[in-house]
Design a protein around this ligand. Structure first.
Ligand SMILES: Nc1nc2c(ncn2[C@@H]2O[C@H](COP(=O)(O)OP(=O)(O)O)[C@@H](O)[C@H]2O)c(=O)[nH]1
Ligand SMILES: [Mg+2]
Length: 455
């Protein structure tokens, strides 16, 4: 959908369902006109309503016949001092689903159109109220599953990532300006001192980019959760383990082998780290078509796992199907020696793993600690660093890094400046993609700002 600043959008901003209050948000140039039609403040007679910015006004939303639909608290934000940068109105209505819908429909009748998903934030970005990383952080914050994920989203929302990218961009811009100036005066060789200085500057930006790239793993875990698959033979206690770690009975537990047929996925909060925990159907020989389909899913899940918790019943002899599953390179496997409350069978005496009991909770702290350690970061590290990049950021940062490396190599080899400039521009574009700006004007401005044209 193209950006049409002339249209005015409206949507319910709160979650659907009955609640004390629901909020309807309107943004766009027709907001004021719309208010004068649909809104009548309490106790101000018949004079046309002129909203006062940033002040809550009690009033009624009127239907086409002039009858009140709901009593609401209206707050008006005059652009550009609003979330989107446009004129914005927020109606706090009574939170009934029907009354909310009627108010929205009335607003849509009076010149607004229904907003697309994310359209308010999109306008905020296009209106220059926030950069792309901040707009993304809005979504991260809303979907955050743990407090650490919230913190990372907050850091990004307040510009933590955007500022670092802008700083890197500014540094690359300066380097490009140097190289471009040199291209413009080809008779002058770049002198060795300047050359070394440029290399140093490139290395500095490269370092910053590497620093950000190093946060990609935590970013992925915070956004998506560490993909953890619980697997093992039937009846060893896989579903019991999921329930135990989750803190409530999510999966059906029974002593009938083959109970779990579908995969069950839940996110748990492991000391602030989201763990995407997946309970699977036990692997064994079976003629049951449904069970076979479940096992096929188990195998697919294993291929995508970052961590596999292999559960065994250590109270019984080590039978067929007790071996750890085949996993992809890089996937970590923890063995849980379950049913410790029933004693350990001698077959398992030599096997290393975590003695555990879903029945008593024995071994839970040690298992949680082990999973936590597998993230490769300490509690202090998890709590210290806030910015955590996403896959999109990683992709762009990698390209930026490649551009810088290539430029450094070209400058080192004393190749034509145009080639180095081209690589630097690629890096600049990649960085610009992250914050949502791609602008050659910047480069021109930098060049002409620093060098006088008359020369
Ligand atoms: N005594 C004891 N029984 C357990 C333990 N964990 C699971 N069970 C029992 O083992 C049976 C199978 O458990 P379930 O979680 O359904 O196993 P799954 O097939 O691997 O998912 C159930 O009867 C559970 O109550 C444990 O630690 N100790
Ligand atoms: Mg099960």
């Amino acid at each position: 959908m193209p950006f049409l600043p002339e249209d005015t959008i409206a949507a319910v901003a709160t979650a659907p369902g009955a609640a004390a209050v629901s909020v309807i948000r309107v943004s766009g140039p027709a907001t004021k006109a719309l208010l004068s039609t649909v809104f009548r403040p309490v106790g101000r007679g018949k004079a046309p309503f002129l909203p006062e910015p940033r002040r809550a006004t009690l009033g009624q939303v009127l239907d086409a016949a002039g009858h009140p639909l709901d009593e609401v608290l209206l707050t008006f934000f005059a652009g550009p001092r609003s979330y989107t940068g446009e004129d914005v109105a927020e109606f706090a209505c009574h939170g009934g689903p029907l009354v909310t819908r009627l108010v929205l429909e009335r607003i849509l009748e009076c010149g607004a159109r229904a907003a697309e998903p994310g359209e308010f934030s999109r306008r905020a970005f296009l209106g220059g109220k926030m950069d792309l990383t901040q707009a993304e952080a809005v979504m991260d914050l809303i979907t955050a599953k743990t407090e650490l994920a919230v913190r990372a989203a907050q850091a990004q929302l307040s510009g933590g990532l955007g500022q670092r990218i802008e700083a890197a961009r500014a540094a690359v811009l300066e380097i490009v300006a140097h190289v471009e100036a040199w291209i413009d005066f080809p008779e002058e060789d770049i002198d060795p001192v300047t050359g070394a200085l440029l290399q140093e500057k490139i290395a500095l930006v490269r370092n910053r980019i590497d620093g950000l790239l190093a946060t990609a793993d935590r970013g992925r875990i915070l956004r998506e959760g560490l993909r953890t698959v619980i697997c093992g033979a039937p009846n060893v206690g896989k579903s019991s383990l999921l329930n135990r770690l989750l803190g409530y009975d999510r999966a059906i537990v029974s002593d009938v082998a083959g109970t779990t047929r579908d995969t069950i996925e839940e996110i748990i909060n492991l000391r602030g780290i989201p763990l995407r925990l997946i309970d699977t159907a036990g692997l064994r020989e079976s003629d049951d078509v449904l069970e076979q389909a479940g096992m096929a899913r188990t195998l697919r899940q294993l291929d995508q796992a970052e961590l596999v918790i292999h559960v065994v019943d250590a109270s019984r002899p080590r039978g067929a199907g007790s071996d750890a599953p085949q996993v992809m390179a890089g996937t970590q496997v923890l063995t849980v020696l379950n049913k410790a409350d029933l004693g350990r069978h001698r077959d398992w005496e030599e096997v290393s793993g975590f003695p555990f009991s879903c029945a008593t909770g024995e071994g839970e702290a040690a298992l949680v600690e082990a999973i936590f350690r597998l993230t490769g970061q300490t509690q202090a590290q998890w709590e210290g660093e806030c910015v955590a990049i996403s896959l999109r950021h990683r992709d762009a940062l990698r390209r930026a890094g490649e551009g810088l490396d290539a430029a450094a190599a070209l400058l080192e080899a004393n190749a034509a400046g145009e080639l180095a400039a081209l690589e630097l521009r690629e890096a600049l574009d990649a960085l610009g993609e992250i914050v949502g700006r791609l602008d050659i004007e910047d480069i021109l401005g930098e060049i002409f700002g620093r060098f006088c044209i008359g020369k």
